[in-house]
Design a protein around this ligand. Structure first.
Ligand SMILES: CC(C)(COP(=O)(O)OP(=O)(O)OC[C@H]1O[C@@H](n2cnc3c(N)ncnc32)[C@H](O)[C@@H]1OP(=O)(O)O)[C@@H](O)C(=O)NCCC(=O)NCCS
Length: 146
């Protein structure tokens, strides 16, 4: 298995992996986002290749916090058939090295119940849970809210 930072020639494989993770992502929108990542020095993506087949993806970005810059994991995906063999950990390790080379000492990530494998994978990669949020929604009714 080979893990490499994405290049322009990887666009096709890259967007296919993104669509496997974010199933409602339109291909054209995904491609536009990929092109934007390629020219932004604060963003990166790594693809895991097995026998020249793309099998995993991680994306990360650097943000400016109140006191320091921090990293954020934007997306993390490994194809079903190769899960549980360390590909996810290897991708996270590549991203962590990329952050460390840019003097980033703290990395955040988030997940939700749509990704049941994610919490164990994050913990195995060295993350600790720091918070949970609840998102509310109310449909406003013109008659009731008058
Ligand atoms: C999360 C994901 C990227 C992990 O990739 P992976 O290649 O399977 O990960 P690894 O093989 O490196 O395993 C990492 C850890 O995850 C856990 N894990 C992996 N597969 C598991 C399974 N089937 N059941 C329970 N835990 C599992 C283990 O704790 C493992 O650590 P260990 O090998 O030290 O025991 C992958 O499962 C995935 O793409 N899931 C769907 C998308 C997703 O949830 N992305 C994260 C969104 S926030």
């Amino acid at each position: 298995m080979d893990i490499r930072a994405v290049e322009t020639t990887d666009l096709d494989a890259w967007v296919t992996l993104r669509q496997a993770l974010w199933t409602d992502l339109e291909r054209d929108t995904g491609l536009d986002e990929c092109r934007a990542i390629l020219v932004n020095t604060n963003e990166v993506a790594f693809i895991a290749w097995q026998d020249d087949r793309p099998v995993g993806l991680i994306e990360g970005q650097i943000y400016r916090g109140d006191d320091e810059l921090y990293g954020h994991v934007e997306g993390w995906y490994v194809a079903d058939e190769v899960r549980g063999r360390g590909v996810g950990k290897a991708l996270m390790s590549a991203l962590s090295s990329w952050f460390l080379h840019r003097h980033i000492r703290t990395v955040f990530s988030d997940t939700n119940p749509s990704y049941p494998l994610s919490p164990a994978a994050h913990e195995a990669a060295g993350f600790e849970e720091v918070d949970r949020i609840i998102i509310y929604r109310q449909r406003l009714n013109a008659d009731r809210n008058r």
